[in-house]
Design a protein around this ligand. Structure first.
Ligand SMILES: [Zn+2]
Ligand SMILES: [Zn+2]
Length: 370
């Protein structure tokens, strides 16, 4: 085979299948044969409102087998042909303070917002040689500075496809939110991200986990319960703050994790109200550019710490892979749907719960060889 098929975003909400030449692999490079590209809420946003006009092979949560590896790649990184791996979407410089800490997400070399030449899987232009910079493709190119993790034995590619939401679960709830033994937690949004946070908080020993959703999240809220949520709240059916006060005896919770999409300022306002009297922590994603009437007074009086949810570190990925390998939770309930390379548009619509999409998708695996 000399050509590689890829699904390319060519305009907002538009995908075309294109062919690219199979790249030549240098001594310090490798090629990954794609198995699963996880699709998340970020894909929904990037598809509808692309940050660039360039054609892009999306897919930033990538699992596959090393198909070819240069000698130096194997010597330096320890991966050889046939290994099943997870590749972080951050492509690092390897020199800065963040890279030395395993916090590749903060490296300037992969920050598309501030560095037009930055490389990030699922974001970088397909016009840039050797073109294969996204997981919605049969193969993905791995330069020397790709961040590669070994998928533990016994973990299928599809299960491994959950590593990104699970790593975010570790990063946001444990590292940022400080969730641990006896913590009380409010998780807003029961999508793949909120459910992954539920698993991690449960594993960490949280004594109270409340998960909120809307009327259309009925099935997801049931999954949340089976994964360890103590209470679920349909915010369309009851007043969430009144219910949280009732559950906590008016005390509120230690930590709030915002895993909503398209809910505007509501989850943030609810979070500030639902946090305990003093010293709670809220981890926010920040979908809006601005927040009118920001309740700064309430936030400071309650001594609230607000942190930004910004992807995951190397360590969070390793802990997430170990969590998947433990098989301690029935995560088949999350990996609900598979889509082929020709179904990228349908898959993204489905994850976004949009018109024309498949219903009740929690996690979608894009499988380019399906
Ligand atoms: Zn993602
Ligand atoms: Zn760096």
């Amino acid at each position: 085979m000399t050509n590689v098929l890829a699904a390319v975003r060519t305009a907002p909400s538009t995908t075309e299948i294109r062919e690219y030449p199979m790249p030549e692999i240098g001594p310090d490079e490798a090629l990954m044969k794609m198995e699963v590209a996880g699709i998340c809420g970020t894909d929904v946003k990037l598809y509808k409102t692309p940050p660039t006009k360039a054609p892009v092979i999306m897919g930033h949560e990538n699992i596959g087998y090393i198909a070819k590896a240069g000698r130096e790649f194997t010597r330096r990184k320890g991966f050889k042909e046939g290994d099943l791996v997870f590749v972080e979407h951050y492509v690092m410089c390897g020199k800065c303070e963040w890279c030395h800490k395993g916090e590749y997400r903060h490296c300037e070399a992969t920050d598309w917002r501030t560095n037009p030449d930055g490389i990030r899987y699922g974001y970088t232009s397909a016009e840039r040689a050797p073109h294969l910079w996204g997981g919605f493709s049969q193969y993905v190119f791995l330069p020397w500075n790709a961040v590669v993790h070994r998928v533990p034995a016994g973990v299928s590619p599809e299960l491994a496809g959950l590593v990104t939401p699970m790593a975010n679960g570790v990063e946001w709830s444990l590292f940022d939110g400080g969730v641990g033994y006896d913590s009380t937690v409010l998780i807003q949004g029961p999508g793949q991200q909120g459910l992954s946070q539920t698993v991690i908080c449960k594993q960490a020993g949280a004594s109270l986990i409340i998960v909120t959703g809307t009327a259309k999240d009925r099935a997801r809220l049931e999954v949340a319960k089976s994964l360890g949520a103590d209470y679920v709240i349909d915010v369309n059916a009851e007043d969430p703050l009144a219910r949280i006060n009732e559950i906590t005896g008016g005390k509120g919770v230690d930590v709030v994790l915002d895993c909503t999409a398209g809910a505007g300022t509501i989850p943030i306002t609810l979070g500030i109200e639902a946090l305990k009297r003093k010293g709670g922590t809220m981890v926010v994603q920040g979908e809006m550019a601005e927040f009118p009437n920001w309740p700064l007074g309430k936030m400071t009086v309650k001594f609230i710490t607000i942190k930004s949810a910004r992807g995951h570190s190397y360590r969070a990925c390793e802990l997430a892979l170990a969590q998947l390998a433990s098989k301690r939770f029935d995560l088949d309930q999350i990996t609900t749907h598979r889509f082929g390379l020709g179904e990228v548009d349908l898959a993204i619509r489905s994850v976004g719960n949009q018109e024309g999409g498949v219903k009740d998708v929690i996690h979608a695996s894009l499988m380019p060889w399906l």
